[in-house]
Design a protein around this ligand. Structure first.
Ligand SMILES: O=C(O)CCCC(=O)O
Length: 560
């Protein structure tokens, strides 16, 4: 007997599953609050060199504004486009007098421009403070500011590997709590960091911690859902990410101080620590690891909450031991098991390729937040809004077109639109914006399908290792995306060509993978290699179940 059969009997998608989905929405909302936070806590406001008598003033009014303009005109050189330089100033007479007459002060200055000597003055009309203004991460130090995003995704990358293995070894539920607690701790340390190094370390560790809730929540939801409702579960839970995207735009608009913003976006982790108590462990994972009594407890809870009281008496230990999950419940699986057998090796190679492209493309678009000519808060909100129809559209079509076609074509179309947009003249701003937003939607659909498709490709005994591996590869893509965007200074078409070609090629690779729509989840490596989980269709399973329900003897026989 297979776990799917028990799951369908106790209500494969009912009140119990809705509760699980409702609670696990919270981690999906938390993730973008941190993953896309860089655009706001590390924003670089307009700035120029600090000059005598400016005493930190950037914006002024009336006569003071006049004096300010005069100082800037005298002390700051202009760029070729007529704007004032952000990183250069004219050398000052060594004996300049802070209260002296301006003409004297600047009258005999040389026309030699040098890097800022006395720090910078920032326009604080948009950002009260950011990491850039806190530690003067501008001009020659600008790379250190951009590196903070890369440090975060390096932490996410390493977290994917560690949490993938730990979740398959110790279970999904404990790893979610570890993730909630450690994310809260490192988020708070970030907000109170007294130096750049301390903040960079805390930011990296926070990225590491957040990955735990990123890869375990999808697996836990899918493992509690029957075949018929897996598409709903896999797509609707990821709507939490889009809600978090829009929420971040609102919070960043309201909170312009980087420390306060970090504390606010970290606070939902504290709610998660409390809500965790109501999250069930994966009964599928418990059975795969021989913890039958614990699995029985959760399965009976599920049956009762779903009103399937009559079936609870069949959930006795003897029957549950007959459910085929792992080849050997005492065997500890590791990442090495992903490459020991041929079909799994092929899944590892192809899923790694498309996951790299999914994140590479998604963050290549998401970090290009100033590309629309709108303010960054509105752009961020639009990015979140467009994801909703993308996910709902994915849910409505995925069972019909299949995971393989959905994953392949969402990547190919996203790549094609990125390439198309790069050849449309910039004066067609409305057209370019429309194509970019549609491309973002397909990129988001590709991300949504990737979580569900990957959960279905890997067997229960290796599902978190599989998600950990693919998330690791994805984070490398996410880390590289901001660096590729920098190529724009060298070759304007560089970034879109790279993003477009990567997405189209990876989409084509997806066609090499098996279809998983309406197929039972593989439980172990043999299922993947021999396709045993694909043997029976829904109708055949209905017949099988009716026979099983005809009496214990038949159940014993069928279950073996
Ligand atoms: O995990 C990420 O980096 C993005 C997830 C996007 C989604 O869940 O829709």
């Amino acid at each position: 007997m297979r776990f799917e059969d028990v799951l369908r009997e106790i209500g494969g998608f009912n009140k119990f599953q809705f509760l699980v989905l409702y609670i696990l929405w919270l981690p999906r909302v938390i993730l973008p609050l941190h993953f896309l936070l860089h655009n706001f806590i590390s924003g670089v406001p307009p700035h120029h060199c600090a000059l005598p008598r400016l005493d930190g003033r950037f914006s002024a009014s009336g006569a003071e504004k006049e004096e300010l303009a005069q100082i800037v005109a005298l002390g700051i050189p202009r760029n070729s486009d007529g704007s004032y330089s952000s990183c250069k100033m004219y050398t000052m007479p060594m004996d300049f007098d802070l209260n002296g007459d301006l003409s004297v002060l600047y009258g005999n200055r040389s026309n030699v421009s040098v890097p800022c000597q006395n720090g910078w003055v920032y326009d604080r009309s948009q950002f009260t403070s950011t990491t850039a203004t806190e530690w003067d991460l501008v001009c020659d130090n600008k790379k250190l500011n951009q590196a903070l995003a890369t440090f975060f995704f390096i932490g996410v990358t390493m977290g994917a590997v560690v949490f993938g293995q730990l979740s398959d070894k110790f279970g999904r539920k404990p790893m979610i709590q570890v993730s909630f607690v450690s994310s809260a701790v490192f988020g708070i340390i970030e907000a109170f960091s007294s130096s750049y190094v301390m903040f960079a370390i805390a930011r990296t560790l926070c990225g590491f911690a957040l990955t735990g809730m990123s890869i375990t929540t999808v697996a836990l939801c899918v493992e509690w859902t029957d075949v018929k409702h897996r598409t709903f579960t896999g797509t609707i839970i990821s709507l939490g990410w889009s809600v978090g995207n829009m929420l971040l735009a609102l919070l960043a608009y309201l909170i312009r101080d980087w420390r306060h913003l970090i504390l606010v976006v970290t606070s939902p982790c504290l709610v998660g620590i409390i809500a965790w108590w109501w999250i069930p462990e994966s009964a599928r994972w418990l059975l795969a690891n021989g913890r039958v009594e614990e699995a029985q407890k959760y399965l009976i809870n599920c049956a009762k909450m779903n009103g399937k009281y009559s079936y609870t008496k069949k959930l006795d230990i003897e029957n549950l031991k007959k459910i085929t999950i792992a080849e050997d419940s005492n065997k500890n699986h590791s990442y090495l098991d992903l490459v020991r057998t041929p079909k799994l090796r092929k899944i590892v190679l192809c899923s790694g390729i498309f996951w790299f492209a999914v994140a590479f493309t998604y963050y290549g678009i998401s970090f290009n937040i100033t590309g629309f000519g709108l303010n960054i808060y509105l752009t961020q909100f639009i990015y979140g809004v467009i994801e909703v129809p993308a996910k709902v559209g994915t849910y409505l079509t995925l069972d019909r077109i299949g995971r393989r076609n959905g994953q392949a074509w969402s990547l190919i179309i996203a790549g094609a639109l990125i390439g198309l947009n790069s050849v449309i003249p910039t004066e067609f701003a409305a057209v370019r914006t429309g194509i970019a937003v549609i491309g973002k939607g397909f990129s988001e659909a590709a991300f949504t399908i990737a979580f569900l498709y990957t959960s279905e490709l890997y067997p229960t005994v290796l599902r978190q290792c599989g998600l950990g591996y693919t998330s690791f590869i994805a984070r490398i893509g996410g880390s590289l995306a901001p660096m590729v965007i920098l190529f724009e200074d060298i070759w304007h078409y560089g970034p879109p060509v790279v993003f477009s070609a990567t997405a189209v090629f990876s989409g084509c690779v997806v066609f090499l993978l098996p279809e998983t729509t309406n197929v039972q989840l593989p439980e172990n490596i043999l299922d993947v290699e021999e396709g045993r989980h694909t043997l029976s269709t829904e109708a055949e399973r209905d017949v099988e179940l009716n026979e099983m329900n005809s009496g214990p003897a038949d159940l014993q026989e069928k279950g073996s």
